[in-house]
Design a protein around this ligand. Structure first.
Ligand SMILES: O=C(O)CCC(=O)C(=O)O
Length: 279
């Protein structure tokens, strides 16, 4: 079976996303994509990029890498040939979809480190409401191995909370944002939910929804997941004090539109993305 290029996003999926702040789409990528992405992740883990991090301090291995598409052919092909770009544009109700980053979050077995509760946008170099994240597990995942958890509808308040260090759990001194609420200690006060997922399923969430994940407490199930950030018509570049930075100088200033080599238009397809590793 060849890799699939299309996925039928239904109107009710879009309605779910705008109501809950997240939608789980089943079987977006077929087995051939998943096999190839699993192999690509092993290549990335063996040859980490300049912004990669590996933490073994609390047991197991917690791994992070980013901008894989700028150096790995499979990640590049995913943006050029898979259903993801079309799905993201339709879900954002946007005429265009720009890729802002891809990110690897891998928790090997016996890695108890949780992903702290956070929102994505206060860490990111993007303003605008048409901004989303896709999260794609490459292993079966449930709460015991680190499924993502969400506070239902929490993006709707439009409150921006301070970034929290993933390794330290400490809140950044970002006075322009609100203190992060203590969700973990007060779980019963929040409407928290999650999805058990299989490889090929895709979670799409709003970048202001509150979310986090437990550690991987299993002894033999890996939890390799890739996230992709995309933006639509109303998004613009912004430089923030906290959080990750683009892998290369972006050449953009605050308020600029995306659509450059590093933040390419992936939908509608107008040509091939730059193959950074060739020049
Ligand atoms: O996979 C994880 O543990 C974290 C993912 C996440 O928080 C995100 O993609 O925004």
């Amino acid at each position: 079976m060849a890799r699939n290029t299309k996925y039928n996003l239904r109107d009710e999926d879009i309605e779910t996303y705008y109501r809950e702040g997240v939608v789980c789409l089943r079987g977006v990528l077929n087995h051939d994509w998943i096999k190839q992405l699993q192999d690509a992740v092993e290549e990335v883990l063996a040859n980490p990029g300049p912004q990669a991090r590996a933490d073994e301090s609390k047991g197991g291995r917690n791994l992070y890498d980013t901008f894989m598409w700028t150096r790995n052919e499979t990640f590049w092909q995913l943006q050029c040939e898979s259903p993801l770009p079309a799905v993201t544009a339709k879900l954002m109700r946007s005429s265009v979809s720009h890729l802002l980053a891809d990110v690897l979050f891998a928790k090997e077995p016996n890695t108890p480190v949780p992903t702290p509760w956070h929102q994505d946008q206060p860490y990111g170099w993007y303003n605008g409401s048409q901004t989303i994240s896709c999260w794609l597990p490459l292993d079966p995942v449930d709460l015991s191995s680190g499924a993502l958890e969400y506070v239902r509808g929490s993006f709707r308040d439009n409150v921006w909370y301070r970034p929290v260090g993933f390794a330290t759990g400490e809140e950044a001194n970002a006075v322009e944002f609100q203190p992060m609420p203590e969700i973990e200690k007060n779980r019963d006060k929040y409407d928290i939910f999650h999805f058990d997922m299989e490889p090929g399923d895709l979670l799409i969430h709003h970048l202001l929804i509150l979310h986090g994940a437990p550690g991987n407490d299993t002894s033999s199930t890996r939890r390799r997941a890739i996230a992709f950030r995309y933006s639509g018509d109303d998004a613009t570049y912004v430089e923030r004090k906290f959080g990750p930075k683009p892998i290369f100088p972006s050449g953009l200033k605050d308020g600029d539109k995306f659509g450059t080599d590093l933040f390419p238009q992936v939908w509608p397809r107008t040509g091939l993305l730059r193959r950074f590793w060739e020049n």
